[in-house]
Design a protein around this ligand. Structure first.
Ligand SMILES: *[C@@H]1O[C@H](CO)[C@@H](O)[C@H](O)[C@H]1NC(C)=O
Ligand SMILES: *[C@@H]1O[C@H](CO)[C@@H](O)[C@H](O)[C@H]1NC(C)=O
Length: 335
């Protein structure tokens, strides 16, 4: 999601400049997100964030290749390992001549959770997931994160690392208060601008537009996962399906952790975290998508809060989500 955040930023800034902001802190969704975490919540959030980290790292890797400057990032980049592995396999297939036999790297194919990297325990020649020793230094203010403690941290990596340290009772853990630290939104912590009633009333329309634009943009850059291409094509060619298909795409996309036909408050992270700092109505809007307050958003609720006709929304995630189930077959080594 962060990959198109840049584009999205431009879009939103344009939209925002045309609307009039008002000032008053919004608490509702913050309260919703600040509730006590149980272990399941923690696990879920970690998965959602991990997906982000993966996407972030993929982007970072591209940068690193161009600048060969992101050594640390590349070291804990699972995609990098995968590529290396593929390369090695290719070489093996070609029977690369004159090559000394190699020991298999126990970290091959091992993916650790956010804030962790795989490390080889040489005594036992075994893979272990350990807390990232050091996060890459971030200079870009957009990579700063505001935590649920309303503290600006250097990067998402720092948040994940600190949580790992605390959960493994490492002396580097900064204290009990950061055990459940999580990313609230990207960028520096700031005073949130109030969402006026008229802004909120107009928000579903802007959100629909935005969803379609993002989907369209992803498709035009060949970054939309294959199962969604038909939805996108339909949306493009049939005006009556434009908003509904975009809504279905985003909902199915959000309902990924796990695929349970409902979008939980944690699954909203990919939409909420990048938009919070830019879009003063995102919290009250998402709140309005959960009118019965059960912290879950059904496809019907999603359609309704986007101002769509309920009849148009049929859950098409079933066939869509089956295909990317394989994503999750990665080996996860326990700490
Ligand atoms: C969070 O921190 C920012 C920046 O220090 C501050 O302006 C804002 O009022 C704080 N928000 C809350 C809810 O305390
Ligand atoms: C566009 O979508 C509507 C609603 O599903 C459908 O009734 C209509 O036949 C479609 N039009 C075209 C040209 O496919």
């Amino acid at each position: 999601m962060m990959r198109f955040a840049g584009k999205l930023l431009v879009l939103l800034v344009v939209v925002l400049v045309c609307s009039s902001p008002l000032v008053r802190a919004n608490q509702q969704l913050d309260d919703l997100f600040d509730e006590e975490f149980d272990d399941d919540d923690e696990e879920l959030l970690r998965r959602v964030e991990q997906k982000h980290v993966d996407q972030e790292l993929e982007r970072e890797q591209q940068l690193a290749h161009a600048q060969s400057a992101y050594n640390m990032a590349a070291e804990y980049d699972p995609y990098n390992q995968q590529q290396e592995q593929e390369q090695e396999e290719q070489e093996e297939e070609q029977g690369a001549p004159n090559r000394a036999p190699r020991l298999t790297d126990p970290c091959r194919g091992v993916r650790c959770g956010a804030g962790r990297i795989c490390s080889v325990n040489h005594d036992e020649n075994k893979a272990e997931c350990i807390c990232i020793p050091e996060c890459p230094i971030e200079h870009d203010p957009r990579r700063k994160v505001c935590t649920n403690l309303n503290e600006t941290w250097d990067s998402a990596c720092e948040v994940h690392r600190q949580r790992c340290l605390c959960n493994t009772n490492d002396p580097l853990c900064r204290g009990e208060s950061v055990r459940h630290v999580h990313i609230d939104y990207y960028g520096y912590c700031r005073q949130m601008v109030e969402c006026s009633e008229s802004d909120l009333a107009d928000f579903p329309r802007r959100m629909r537009d935005w969803l379609f634009n993002v989907m369209h943009d992803l498709a035009s850059r060949n970054e939309l996962p294959e199962p969604y291409l038909e939805l996108e094509h339909e949306a493009e060619t049939n005006m009556t399906k434009r908003w509904t298909n975009a809504a279905i795409w985003k909902w199915c996309d959000l309902d990924g952790h796990p695929h349970d036909n409902t979008v939980s408050r944690h699954e909203l992270f990919p939409i909420r975290a990048p938009l919070m700092a830019l879009e003063h109505c995102i919290s009250p809007f998402l709140e309005s998508c959960d009118p019965n307050g059960d912290h879950r958003i059904s496809l019907q609720e999603w359609g309704k809060c986007l101002g769509l006709e309920e009849d148009d929304l049929t859950a098409r995630c079933a066939e869509i989500t089956k295909t990317d189930e394989s994503e999750r077959n990665d080996i996860e080594a326990a700490v």
